[in-house]
Write a protein that binds this ligand. Structure first.
Ligand code: 1QQ
Length: 352
């Protein structure tokens, strides 16, 4: 499914963290074990996965689910049960506010999305008219488009049209016709990878020559096979840069490269970061009171408290949390997609 394109990257990041921290002693000598559950991308699947993890596997904490759309359905259940959740990729407004046990390492749309508009306008200083399209059946896309629309207005552009689609759409004839009729210099897309890939392709095929900005749902190389050469030039903001040099990111980047022969994408780095936060918090809890002697409910509560209290030096930089569970993150970036001429391979080029 659409969502599997992100999930694969997240599993890799978490697996790399599991091996990395277990090689370095795990939780003060005891290895960490990750259990993976496939949600199949929807709300019911996320709820089912959460219940399995909490009740059958008796996990101490959950990293997930992939989509904000799923998080708004599943997170309240974990919160009520007192199970800490770290969102590795839920960027919609309001995620940490779901409850005391919910935090995120995925910076919210208002912190990330404006960077892509700024980069696109810096590269297209004469742009005056903007058009926006978003997936109206996806909580993240709805949240992100609000930020995009406000940023465009704040930067003095005329918002010529706002179009809607569904994440399951493959034919965008109607929307592309309406978008082109508005004669925009720049088109801004909030959707997920599969829908956005087809949309970009159809926009270019029907003659759009202006700048394209994509949101967080376009932040994966798994987009490239869908729009191929037509992906070229799309601006996408980033909450992670593989080029950020620090001991932990150098190690993560090398471990990822050894497996995948390319630089890690944002979703892998954020999943690694979520795992790191839980592991380092568990080490702290264990130092104060041996984990072996604690009952599960007390351990989950102590893990949540320590998660929010800690400071972490991660691949996405040095981070902390607000008392609500929102991430404090310093560094954001923008990249532009660069496709090879044959359209078969490409990469995100980080802008200076
Ligand atoms: C969200 C997102 C998506 C793009 C994650 C894949 O940011 O659902 O919040």
């Amino acid at each position: 499914s659409n969502v599997a394109l992100f999930g694969q990257e997240q599993v890799l990041g978490a697996q790399i963290a599991e091996a990395f921290f277990n090689e370095r002693g795990g939780i003060n000598g005891r290895p960490v074990k990750m259990i993976f559950q496939d949600t199949s991308g929807d709300e019911a699947g996320a709820i089912n996965a959460f219940q399995n993890l909490m009740n059958n596997d008796k996990v101490v904490g959950i990293i997930g689910p992939t989509l904000s759309q799923q998080a708004f359905a599943a997170d309240p259940i974990a919160d009520k049960a007192g199970v800490p959740v770290i969102a590795p990729s839920n960027t919609a407004k309001g995620i940490p506010e779901i409850g005391d046990f919910i935090s995120r390492v995925s910076a919210p749309v208002n912190a990330v999305a404006p960077n892509a508009i700024k980069a696109a306008l810096a590269a297209n200083p004469n742009a005056k008219r903007a058009a926006v399209i978003f997936a109206q059946n996806d909580a993240f896309s709805k949240s992100e488009t609000e930020v995009f629309q406000q940023t465009l207005k704040d930067m003095g552009l005329e918002l010529a049209t706002v179009q809607q689609h569904q994440t399951t759409d493959t034919d965008f004839t109607t929307q592309v016709t309406n978008l082109l009729a508005a004669k925009p210099d720049i088109i801004v897309i909030s959707g997920l990878a599969a829908d956005a890939g087809n949309l970009i392709k159809q926009l270019r095929e029907l003659g759009f020559k202006g700048a394209i900005v994509g949101g967080n749902g376009l932040n994966t190389p798994n987009l490239f096979p869908m729009c191929k050469a037509q992906c070229d030039g799309v601006f996408v903001a980033q909450a992670y840069s593989p080029e950020y040099s620090s001991p932990i990111n150098d190690a993560f980047r090398a471990a990822y490269k050894a497996k995948q022969q390319k630089d890690p994408p944002q979703f892998s780095a954020q999943a690694f970061t979520a795992a790191q936060v839980f592991i380092e918090a568990l080490r702290e809890v264990d130092k104060k009171q041996k984990l072996d002697g604690m009952d599960l409910a007390a351990l989950r509560k102590a893990l949540n408290t320590q998660t929010l209290a800690g400071q972490y030096d991660t691949p996405i930089g040095k981070i902390t949390f607000t008392p609500t569970g929102e991430i404090n993150q310093q560094m954001f970036y923008t990249a532009q997609i660069k496709m090879d001429a044959d359209g078969n391979s490409g990469r995100f080029v980080f802008l200076k």
